[in-house]
Structure formats: C-alpha cells, structure tokens
Design a protein around this ligand. Structure first.
Ligand code: URA
Length: 247
C-alpha cells in the first residue's frame, strides 16, 4: 500500500498536515535511513522504515483516541453551524475517524474516537455490556428508591425498559452543596441518562461522563486527547470479544 508521507505521519498522530510538513522541512523524518524531503513522497508503511524525531513509526491500521469533550461542541464529524468534536483533531482524521457513540452538546467528558468500525460497533452494542459512568448534578434530591428502580431496569418510555444500572446518590456537604449522583449504565440510548433521571423526577443540570469501559480522564485537559496505549486497546478488544478474532 502506497500512501503520502505527510498523510501517513498525520494519520499516525504526529500532528496536523502542516505540522508534519514542518518536521519534514526540519529534516526530522527519514525513510529507510535517508532524510525525507518531499511531504508528497509515496511510502509503503508495511515495508519502508520511517522514523520521526529518531523514533521508528509503528504503522497501525487502527487507532483509537481518548478525548476530553468540553461542553458546547456537538458529537459529529462536521456541522454547518456548530463546533464539532472532530474540530479538535487534525484535519486528516476527519475522514478516517469517528466518535464512538455520542454525548449531547451540553455534556462533557470522556469520548472515544476511532477508525476501527467493528470495535466501535461492539463498544456501543448492549450485548457487550460496556460500562459508562456519569456524574450528574440535578435540580432536586434524587429519591432513595431510584437506586432500586434503576437496578431493576427503569422504564423510560422505550419499547423495553433499560438494562440494570447502578446509582450512587452523593451526599450533600458544605463543599459539595448540589444534588448530585453517579450513574453507571451499559447501554447508550438517546439522552438515556437525562431520561432516567427524569423518570426519577429530577432534571439534569450538568452532565459529565467520567469513565468509558474502565478508561478515565486522568491527565487530560478539557479539549485535549491522547492515543490509547497498546494495553488499553487490548483490554477494549477483549471486552468486545475481538482479541481472538483478529489474532
Ligand atoms: N445520556 C444523556 O442524556 N446525555 C448524554 O450526553 C449521554 C448520556
């Protein structure tokens, strides 16, 4: 497979097209030991040895990123009016990568971005029971009984009730004076968390996804992202029963 050098570097997360062109201009990139001069040069990532800043590029056909979505942007590839989550990534990734599921415009928190279609599909499928934990601030005290209803599978007006979900009502303290709770669900229905709290008589005022499949936002600033490590990808593959299928 032949691919433009600048595209390959951008796809592998070395920066935007113009950033990687800069690296090539600064002679930071070599192909089979020879300094690369043309960003448009075609290379074969399977057979050519490409180094950037002295480190050999590992070409992976699939890559998954963990993004800290801020509130105020929509979960879409492109949008005529609104800022999208993909606006935070290099342009080259807009065509190849997509968000795993969606967070509402006013929701912040963890969002995976991938070019692995099968993994994406499985992480969203309720059959694979991938847990997501949300922190919600609501407008009224969450009734104690809600924990039991949610665990049994609450009816939010869909054809079927929700799958069992775990609710932890957070105590009100001087430092944390709001009505708040953590909710762990393993599906991704439309506005699910807001609708579940509505079924318990509460309106969600603020929503943040804290975890997705065991991954957290630790070390990330709002609006920033990082590539998943090999171990993290292996864990996701395991969860999605893809490990053996692809080995
Ligand atoms: N549930 C919601 O209601 N909104 C989100 O953004 C995510 C889950």
């Amino acid at each position: 497979m032949q691919i433009r050098l600048d595209k390959l570097l951008a796809d592998c997360g070395y920066g935007t097209r113009s950033e990687v062109k800069n690296k090539i201009r600064k002679k930071e990139v070599t192909i089979n030991g020879t300094i690369a001069v043309k960003p448009e040069q075609k290379v074969n990532p399977g057979t050519d040895s490409i180094c950037c800043g002295g480190k050999r590029l590992v070409y992976e056909p699939f890559s998954t990123f963990l993004f800290y979505k801020p509130a105020g942007c929509v979960t879409a590839r492109t949008d005529k009016k609104e800022k999208t989550v993909m606006d935070y990534f290099p342009d080259s990734m807009r065509k190849s990568h997509v968000p795993v599921g969606r967070l509402d415009k006013d929701t912040e928190g963890i969002l995976l971005i991938t070019n692995d279609g099968v993994l994406n599909h499985r992480l969203l499928s309720p059959s694979y029971h991938v847990d997501k934990t949300y922190y919600a601030i609501v407008d009224a005290p969450v009734p104690e009984e809600a924990a039991e209803y949610f665990l049994k599978g609450v009816d939010i007006g869909d054809e079927k009730p929700c799958l069992p979900a775990k609710l932890e009502i957070l105590p009100q303290t001087a430092e944390h004076s709001v009505y708040a709770a953590k909710l762990t669900i393993c599906e991704g229905r439309f506005h699910q968390v807001k609708r579940m709290f509505a079924a318990a008589g509460c309106k969600v005022l603020h929503l943040k996804r804290l975890t997705f499949a065991g991954l957290t936002l630790e070390g990330l600033e709002k609006g920033s992202y990082r590539k998943l490590t090999e171990e993290e990808v292996a864990d996701l593959m395991q969860m999605a029963s893809l490990k053996n299928e692809r080995d």
